[in-house]
Design a protein around this ligand. Structure first.
Ligand SMILES: [Zn+2]
Length: 100
Protein backbone atom coordinates (compact mmCIF):
# COMPACT_ATOMS: atom_id res chain seq x y z
CA UNK A 1 0.00 0.00 0.00
CA UNK A 2 1.17 3.49 -0.84
CA UNK A 3 1.54 5.66 2.21
CA UNK A 4 2.05 9.42 2.37
CA UNK A 5 4.58 10.94 4.74
CA UNK A 6 5.40 14.55 5.44
CA UNK A 7 8.81 15.87 6.39
CA UNK A 8 7.89 17.90 9.46
CA UNK A 9 10.72 20.43 9.21
CA UNK A 10 9.68 21.82 5.82
CA UNK A 11 6.51 20.00 4.73
CA UNK A 12 8.10 18.09 1.85
CA UNK A 13 5.78 15.19 0.97
CA UNK A 14 6.97 11.72 0.09
CA UNK A 15 5.32 8.38 -0.51
CA UNK A 16 6.59 4.94 0.31
CA UNK A 17 5.32 2.56 -2.35
CA UNK A 18 6.18 -0.83 -3.80
CA UNK A 19 7.29 -1.87 -7.26
CA UNK A 20 3.81 -2.97 -8.27
CA UNK A 21 2.44 0.50 -7.53
CA UNK A 22 5.28 2.20 -9.40
CA UNK A 23 4.81 -0.10 -12.38
CA UNK A 24 1.08 0.59 -12.48
CA UNK A 25 2.00 4.25 -12.77
CA UNK A 26 4.88 4.19 -15.25
CA UNK A 27 4.06 1.01 -17.21
CA UNK A 28 7.75 0.26 -17.31
CA UNK A 29 9.09 -3.27 -17.16
CA UNK A 30 12.30 -2.21 -15.51
CA UNK A 31 12.10 0.71 -13.16
CA UNK A 32 15.35 1.99 -11.75
CA UNK A 33 16.28 4.16 -8.78
CA UNK A 34 16.48 7.75 -10.07
CA UNK A 35 19.66 8.31 -8.04
CA UNK A 36 21.90 5.24 -8.36
CA UNK A 37 20.09 3.68 -11.36
CA UNK A 38 19.88 0.27 -9.67
CA UNK A 39 17.06 -1.87 -11.04
CA UNK A 40 14.22 -1.92 -8.49
CA UNK A 41 12.73 -5.23 -7.42
CA UNK A 42 9.74 -6.57 -5.50
CA UNK A 43 11.55 -6.38 -2.16
CA UNK A 44 12.25 -2.66 -2.47
CA UNK A 45 10.46 -0.05 -0.44
CA UNK A 46 10.41 2.75 -2.97
CA UNK A 47 10.41 6.40 -2.01
CA UNK A 48 8.52 8.68 -4.38
CA UNK A 49 9.03 12.42 -3.89
CA UNK A 50 6.36 14.48 -5.71
CA UNK A 51 8.24 17.79 -5.57
CA UNK A 52 11.12 16.17 -7.47
CA UNK A 53 8.87 13.78 -9.40
CA UNK A 54 11.39 11.00 -8.89
CA UNK A 55 11.41 7.55 -7.28
CA UNK A 56 14.30 5.99 -5.40
CA UNK A 57 15.23 2.79 -3.67
CA UNK A 58 14.93 3.14 0.11
CA UNK A 59 18.54 4.04 0.83
CA UNK A 60 18.81 6.74 -1.84
CA UNK A 61 15.30 7.96 -1.01
CA UNK A 62 16.04 8.49 2.68
CA UNK A 63 19.25 10.29 1.74
CA UNK A 64 17.21 12.53 -0.56
CA UNK A 65 14.56 13.17 2.11
CA UNK A 66 17.33 14.12 4.54
CA UNK A 67 18.97 16.32 1.93
CA UNK A 68 15.65 18.10 1.35
CA UNK A 69 15.50 18.85 5.08
CA UNK A 70 18.10 21.53 4.50
CA UNK A 71 15.70 23.41 2.27
CA UNK A 72 13.76 25.51 4.72
CA UNK A 73 11.38 27.19 2.36
CA UNK A 74 9.67 25.29 -0.42
CA UNK A 75 7.10 28.02 -1.09
CA UNK A 76 8.07 28.62 -4.76
CA UNK A 77 7.30 24.96 -5.43
CA UNK A 78 4.51 24.49 -2.93
CA UNK A 79 1.73 24.61 -5.52
CA UNK A 80 3.51 22.08 -7.72
CA UNK A 81 3.95 19.77 -4.74
CA UNK A 82 0.27 20.15 -3.82
CA UNK A 83 -0.89 19.29 -7.33
CA UNK A 84 1.48 16.33 -7.73
CA UNK A 85 0.77 14.91 -4.27
CA UNK A 86 -2.95 15.14 -4.95
CA UNK A 87 -2.46 13.48 -8.32
CA UNK A 88 -0.53 10.56 -6.81
CA UNK A 89 -3.09 10.11 -4.01
CA UNK A 90 -5.85 9.92 -6.63
CA UNK A 91 -3.82 7.53 -8.74
CA UNK A 92 -3.02 5.16 -5.87
CA UNK A 93 -6.67 5.29 -4.80
CA UNK A 94 -7.70 4.39 -8.35
CA UNK A 95 -5.71 1.15 -8.12
CA UNK A 96 -6.98 0.54 -4.55
CA UNK A 97 -3.49 0.93 -3.18
CA UNK A 98 -3.62 4.10 -1.09
CA UNK A 99 -3.30 3.70 2.66
CA UNK A 100 -5.12 6.47 4.49
ZN1 LIG B 1 19.44 4.14 -5.43
Amino acid sequence: MARLYKNESNSVDYFIINLHELTEYNSSEKSVCDECLRKLNNDDQIILIPILNEAYDYKCGIDKVNWLRNIKNISPDEEIQKRRTKFYIQFFKSINSMEI
